[in-house]
Write a protein that binds this ligand. Structure first.
Ligand SMILES: [Zn+2]
Length: 674
């Protein structure tokens, strides 16, 4: 038995080093490998160690991975599109006018210096005019209409219990730091960031014209209000539980919840008529009601001024930009050098006018043939998932039936929207970037608020076509794959099929699995928050997810910095599911089309796992990792590879992993759901 293992391992090694040195895997660069590490010990290092060595993090970045490289390539294409619009600028409201003029305004550094804080003057004046907390409803409504923030968020969204209807939602907001933990936790890393934040606030208030003493006073006032809001904010872990955030109230119940905040005034200023609302965080709303009244109005004014300046800081005169960079990029994410104005301007236009840009992007860069091929991939994944559900030994026939119905009902979107949003009435000018940011904010607010009372638009996209990402939307029961992710290393039309199934196949399976993770599994086939599980099956599922939580809780990317198993549970379940489904979809592909062969000494199954690992190849700065584990529901890259793979028998078989190996989680530790 042991002899067989040794021979097999050597067999692989021999075939890699001796027989196939010059053979290439289409869609995978063998230089990415670090052959000094055993794949049975640390697969991430084996599969991406070479890449890591060859791709140090640029000064302007906090994380650098194959994701980022694809993103940067996309940005270059987008820049080219923008520069073209400048050469052929159309009439007011045309895509080329909107895009071209927005870009010019962002590049106009001289104009920005000259204008100073003038573009924000009307809003600063409005804040100065506030007399008491009783003015807040109208003030918040104006902010909302202008695309600016308030401590209480408001939006129109699909009703999670009636997915064909829009309804009003209100949610917690109002913090500047990335998470409530930054205000409250006593660890050294948060203490250090708080000290740096206080310094940042002081400097920003000085730039706004305060002397040092006043700046310190104002900084403290802002921090105290934000800290109070943080104390009553719901944690990210609880926010992931849809049953906690769905609290339907009548407007009179809402007013009883916050007697100091008159919602009728808020709605009438907003031009909204509704008799019900979903309160996402009841405790937060109740508590802010008191904070509104208890905090002197002058302190609130300081707070609102800060939030206004903070929101625009990267597009104000250079001193603001520099100070904003020093805190938000250098301190929080470890970046050492600011991106060029050109790059920042391309990013800004892409984030504000993503759809008009996306239309030009897909016309030039998205081959229609990709759509068909990805459709086939999706259908293979769906079929594999249905097979997997059928063979589960822990789920009852009753729940299986419902799960299969849900899988059959999944819809998908590929590439770009069928229907584009109309931006033609957005007032974009070539000489005021602040004006343009607000103009888009206004348009977005109007677009969102006008939904109330209309039927749900199921064709709408939550991402722009050029985005390098994908998503599952539980209320539509749909998976969405923008053109941006349908490129190498995720999907290579000329790539090896096993690599593609590991990469884009894994991603598609990941998104499908979100429909069955700890949160998505609570929505039924029609996208309604509605339990379709038997009690016993849900208990068994919860017990299985608990193993995943425990596994990831133990990961320690930096000394004393741990992954949060509960925060990342949905994503980790989706990775586990994605790799399982991609694997079986690949088997289906070979069964139907044939063509199995070893390449460069690797079996198709081995290449499948290399394909997934390739997507996660990356280097990260410690500051980035610290922020990631606090705020990001996705685990750090190495665990998105080693975490799921060390649980999978299919992986063990492919790479000859045995009990005792690092990539082998023994029977009672093994997380196995789908
Ligand atoms: Zn995900």
């Amino acid at each position: 038995m042991y002899l067989t293992i040794i021979i097999t391992i050597l067999g692989i090694a021999n075939s890699i080093t001796a027989q196939n040195q010059n053979e290439k895997i289409p869609g995978f660069d063998l230089n990415n490998l670090d052959r000094s590490v055993s794949p049975t010990k640390d697969f991430f290092q084996f599969a991406t160690g070479g890449w890591q060595k060859a791709n140090p993090i640029p000064e302007t970045e906090s994380r650098w991975g194959s994701f980022n490289i694809l993103y940067e390539n996309g940005q270059k294409k987008i820049k080219e599109i923008i520069l073209n619009t400048l050469k052929n600028k159309g009439p007011k409201g045309s895509d080329s006018q909107l895009i071209g003029d927005f870009y010019l305004s962002a590049m106009d550094s001289l104009g920005i210096e000259k204008a100073g804080l003038e573009p924000l003057a009307p809003m600063l004046k409005r804040i100065e005019e506030l007399r008491s907390y009783k003015d807040f409803p109208e003030f918040f409504a104006e902010n909302r209409k202008n695309g600016l923030g308030s401590p209480i968020g408001f939006y129109i969204g699909t009703d999670k219990k009636d997915s064909n209807t829009y309804i009003a939602y209100t949610s917690q907001s109002g913090l500047s730091l990335p998470d409530k933990d930054y205000y409250l936790k006593d660890d050294d890393r948060f203490k250090k960031i708080r000290a740096a934040y206080m310094e940042h606030l002081e400097k920003m208030f000085q730039l706004m014209g305060d002397d040092q003493k006043t700046a310190i006073k104002h900084a403290n006032e802002v921090f105290e209000i934000e800290k109070k809001l943080a104390q009553v904010s719901m944690s990210r872990i609880d926010k992931r539980r849809p049953e906690l955030t769905y609290n339907k109230k009548s407007i009179s119940e809402l007013n009883q919840l916050t007697p100091n905040f008159n919602w009728n005034k808020y709605f009438s200023s907003l031009g909204i008529k509704t008799d019900k609302i979903i309160v996402s965080q009841v405790d937060f709303l109740k508590a802010t009601n008191n904070i509104f009244k208890e905090t002197p109005i002058d302190q609130w004014k300081t707070y609102y001024k800060w939030h206004l300046i903070d929101g625009f800081a990267s597009w104000l005169p250079y001193q603001f930009v520099q100070q904003d960079f020093d805190f938000n990029s250098r301190v929080l994410r470890g970046v050492t050098q600011m991106k060029s104005r050109e790059k920042r301007a391309v990013r800004l236009v892409n984030s504000k006018l993503g759809q008009p840009l996306g239309r030009l992007f897909v016309a030039k860069y998205f081959p229609e043939s990709s759509k068909k091929e990805v459709e086939e991939l999706i259908e293979n994944l769906r079929a594999a998932y249905i097979d997997r559900v059928k063979q589960l030994d822990w789920m009852s026939a009753e729940t299986k039936q419902k799960a299969i119905e849900k899988l059959k009902a999944f819809t998908y979107k590929i590439g770009y929207p069928d229907k584009w949003k109309d931006y033609s009435n957005v007032d974009i000018v070539p000489n005021s970037v602040a004006h343009n940011i607000m103009a888009v904010g206004k348009w977005q607010a109007e677009d969102n608020l006008s939904k109330l009372g209309k039927p749900v638009d199921k064709t709408e996209w939550g991402m722009t076509p050029q985005t390098v990402n994908a998503y599952y939307n539980p209320v539509n029961n749909e998976v969405v794959f923008p053109a941006g992710i349908l490129q190498p290393p995720f999907y290579d039309p000329n790539g090896d099929v096993a690599i593609n199934y590991g990469a884009i196949g894994g991603v598609i399976g990941h998104e499908f699995s979100h429909g069955f993770d700890d949160s998505g599994s609570k929505y039924d086939k029609d996208g309604n928050l509605n339990n379709w599980w038997t009690k016993e099956d849900r208990e068994k599922f919860d017990a299985k997810t608990k193993i995943v939580v425990d596994q990831f809780d133990k990961y320690e990317p930096l000394p004393d910095v741990f992954v949060q198993g509960k925060l990342t549970l949905g994503e980790n379940i989706a990775d586990l599911g994605g790799l399982t489904l991609g694997y079986y979809a690949l088997q289906k592909y070979y069964k139907k089309n044939g063509g199995r062969k070893n390449i460069a000494g690797f079996t198709p199954e081995q290449r499948f796992y290399l394909g997934w690992a390739q997507v996660w190849a990356s280097n990260t700065r410690p500051e980035y990792v610290k922020q990631q584990v606090t705020t990001d529901p996705h685990s750090p890259s190495q665990y998105r590879v080693n975490g799921p793979m060390s649980n999978l028998e299919e992986f063990w078989n492919a790479w000859n992993v045995k009990p005792g190996d690092k990539m082998y989680r023994g029977d009672n530790l093994q997380a196995k759901i789908w």
